[in-house]
Design a protein around this ligand. Structure first.
Ligand code: E4P
Length: 253
């Protein structure tokens, strides 16, 4: 089991890498645009190389920007040549339900040895077919499934059972996190990996009661320092007597 971050923000990725909690990064065109990658393939390459180096040897998923069959193959081969830890994301089908994507995925994995993360999936049955086609990762969009009124936990369980029973190599990534509790909940349901938005990882760490507790520790540590600075305030105990049991025997002969 592992946590990836779903981000193209270099500073956020570096922050979580320094903490030692990340095992990979996922991006998509929407995330890259939000994180300031504008200007086509040249800019995608620049940001991809930067992130790939920071997280090496952990995997970085980068998505193709076309749904044309030959262009997808060409772009996926190009992206994967940029660094050893690059995984190429391809959607399970095209914008209008075009079916050639699985063929492309199978060709890239089997013929060109490109690692593929099949993405934008909303059901266990999609994940199962992507895994059968030879995908290295299958990405289920948990938050979007829940938004449609289904419980993504059921889909995670079904997908994991099939992948295990058929002994397929695919690892299930559940993304599209919406709430802090998604990460642990989805990992416990059977996801191999949850890819979380940076703000949710921050939210997993910080707890209001922990804050209060740490504040009290620090306040008391300050008070203790003050107490050492003013020894006159501490009442001296006569040598030879227990401070707890003044009434009885001396502690020393
Ligand atoms: C996962 O790989 C995707 O990039 C991502 O989680 C999609 O999330 P969204 O539903 O917030 O767009």
């Amino acid at each position: 089991m592992a946590i990836f971050v779903d981000s193209g923000n270099v500073k956020e990725i570096q922050k979580f890498m320094r903490m030692g909690i990340l095992r990979g990064v996922t991006t998509n065109p929407t995330i890259l645009l939000k994180d300031g990658v504008k200007g086509g393939e040249k800019e995608i390459r620049k940001r991809t190389l930067e992130i790939a180096e920071i997280i090496n040897p952990y995997p970085l998923s980068v998505e193709v920007t076309t749904n044309e069959k030959d262009e997808m193959i060409e772009q996926a081969r190009e992206f994967s040549s940029w660094a050893d830890n690059i995984v190429v994301k391809i959607t399970i089908h095209g914008p209008n339900g075009e079916l050639h994507n699985l063929e492309v995925i199978h060709t890239l994995e089997e013929r060109y040895n490109v690692r593929i993360n099949v993405t934008a999936m909303m059901s266990a049955q999609q994940c199962f077919l992507a895994a059968l086609a030879g995908a290295t990762f299958v990405s289920l969009f948990g938050g979007r499934v829940n938004n449609m009124g289904y419980n993504c936990i059921d889909e995670i369980k079904k997908a994991r059972k099939l992948i295990d029973e058929f002994k397929l190599k695919a690892k299930i990534i559940v993304g599209s996190t919406r709430e802090v509790l998604n990460v642990v909940e989805w990992l416990n349901a059977g996801a191999h990996i949850v890819t979380a938005a940076p703000a949710l990882l921050d939210g997993m760490i910080v707890h209001p009661y922990t804050k209060e507790t740490v504040q009290q520790f620090l306040m008391d540590a300050e008070k203790a320092k003050e107490a050492v600075k003013k020894p006159a305030l501490i009442k001296e105990i006569p040598v030879g007597y227990s401070s707890q049991r003044k009434d009885i025997v001396p502690t020393k002969a």
